[in-house]
Design a binder for this molecule. Structure first.
Ligand code: ADP
Ligand code: MG
Length: 408
């Protein structure tokens, strides 16, 4: 069975119907404003298409990890404000998810209008391990759409989660695949079915244990795995090096040793940095110096120093690996790119991708934001994916609950 497309929903006709769309609007914020609106811009085409066809469009989405209770700093209110600026259709906002505010806003919502419901993760049932709890929330969400409702999943960045608004809801309403999800899957298929080789995967970022878990599954698929970002230090420590106060996952040291051995058998090279930018503290203006990986604790701040970026020799080596590849998938910044002093590794890698002849895919919220924040033109990349975790799990060959629920 394959998923029903948005096109098929539109040809059924949506005039006057309430259509609930799960979007990925999980954008970075600073001081109550959206700092990178990439995911909003990627989500709007489906919402506007539905609105233009006369649907009453309800949008459910999450922001951050509020742990099942309302937290003002994770309100979708700034997202609604940005959507209003960007959208061709009127955008309204509810102050809750399925409560009084949402119900009356839905009742007042006109054809061609969009209503953004409050952060779905303010409700603990969204991420509950108990299927009955998730089912109950899914039912409440479905009930908002009334008689002839429909559900569209366009939240590619969330399809790897078995959450109420992503998976369970699909059995409560006629369910369709959004265009963003469809186009992301098309690109990822190209990476899994017959990637042109050499195929290089670059991993970085800060979700160390999440990302360590994917390495095992990528070893048989990729020709080379370049490791940057916070994950580096678990590898370096596993090899016996001092890493100062850098990010580390001590429970995973044995696992990482296992990866290094398996890599040899699986014919996949794991390429680690040879130098690191070590800083006095986690701050934009922190004193810092470049040190070789075997002497990270020998600098001015000794064993208190933090590794916040790959060094220039490593960046050059990574760029050369990219240049020699035919397919590159990159997830996770090489360093703390939000701070100028620690953005050079990420910038060098992004530059190498734009220079490359290979089919290049960037996946991950922060990775995509980094590329834009550092001033790269999106057209220099083969594809910029809105989903990091989701695209990694797809590349690993895992079943994605949000995709499965649509019958794909
Ligand atoms: P993505 O959203 O692209 O999947 P992650 O969420 O895993 O990426 O990680 C992004 C974050 O990783 C960035 O905020 C960046 O500052 C952080 N990061 C990168 N390298 C390091 C490091 N060495 N130490 C601490 N944080 C790091
Ligand atoms: Mg992230």
């Amino acid at each position: 069975m394959t998923a029903k497309t948005l096109e098929s929903l539109l040809s059924e006709g949506v005039q006057g119907r309430a259509v609930l769309v799960r979007s990925d609007l999980n954008v970075p914020l600073a001081d109550g404003a959206v700092t990178d609106d990439g995911r909003i811009r990627a989500s709007l085409p489906v919402l506007e298409k539905l609105a233009r066809s006369g649907a009453r469009v309800l949008v459910t989405a999450h922001l951050g990890r509020p742990k099942g209770e309302p937290v003002p700093e994770f309100s979708l209110s700034p997202v609604a404000a940005r959507m209003q600026e960007l959208s061709s259709a009127p955008v309204k906002r509810a102050e809750d998810l399925t409560g009084e505010s949402a119900r009356s806003a839905v009742a007042e919502l006109a054809e061609g209008e969009i209503l953004l419901l409050e952060n779905v993760r303010f409700d603990p049932r969204e991420t509950s391990k108990d299927a009955a709890e998730r089912g109950a929330l899914a039912q409440e969400l479905a009930a908002l759409t009334g008689q002839s409702g429909a559900y569209v999943n366009d939240a590619f960045g969330a399809v790897h989660r078995a959450h109420a608004s992503v998976a369970d809801i699909a059995s409560q309403l006629p369910a369709y695949q959004g265009d963003l999800v469809a186009s992301e899957l098309q690109v990822l298929k190209r990476l899994t079915e017959s990637p042109e080789r050499p195929y290089t995967v670059v991993l970085g970022g800060s979700k160390v244990s999440d990302k360590l878990a994917v390495i095992e599954n990528l070893l048989p698929k990729a020709d080379a795995l370049l490791i940057g970002g916070g994950m580096v230090f678990t590898f370096l420590k596993a090899q016996g090096y001092g890493i100062g106060g850098s990010l580390v996952e001590n429970d995973e040291l044995e696992t990482v040793k296992g990866f290094l051995e398996q890599a040899q058998q699986k014919d996949c090279r794991i390429v680690l940095p040879t130098d690191i930018v070590m800083a006095a503290s986690f701050a934009a203006n922190a004193e810092h110096e470049i040190l070789p990986v075997d002497s990270l604790e020998t600098g001015a701040h000794g064993a208190d120093a933090l590794g916040l970026d790959i060094g220039p020799a490593s960046a050059e080596a990574f760029a050369a690996e990219v240049a020699a590849s035919r397919t590159v998938f990159w997830n996770g910044p090489m360093g703390v790119f939000e701070m100028e002093a620690f953005s050079k590794g990420t910038a060098a890698l992004a530059e190498a991708l734009t220079q490359s002849e290979a089919f290049t895919v960037v996946g991950g919220g922060d990775s995509a934001a980094a590329v834009r924040a550092l001033g790269f033109d999106e057209s220099g990349f083969g594809h910029i994916s809105t989903g990091g975790g989701a695209s990694l799990e797809y590349l690993e060959g895992k079943t994605l609950p949000g995709i499965q629920a649509l019958g794909a």
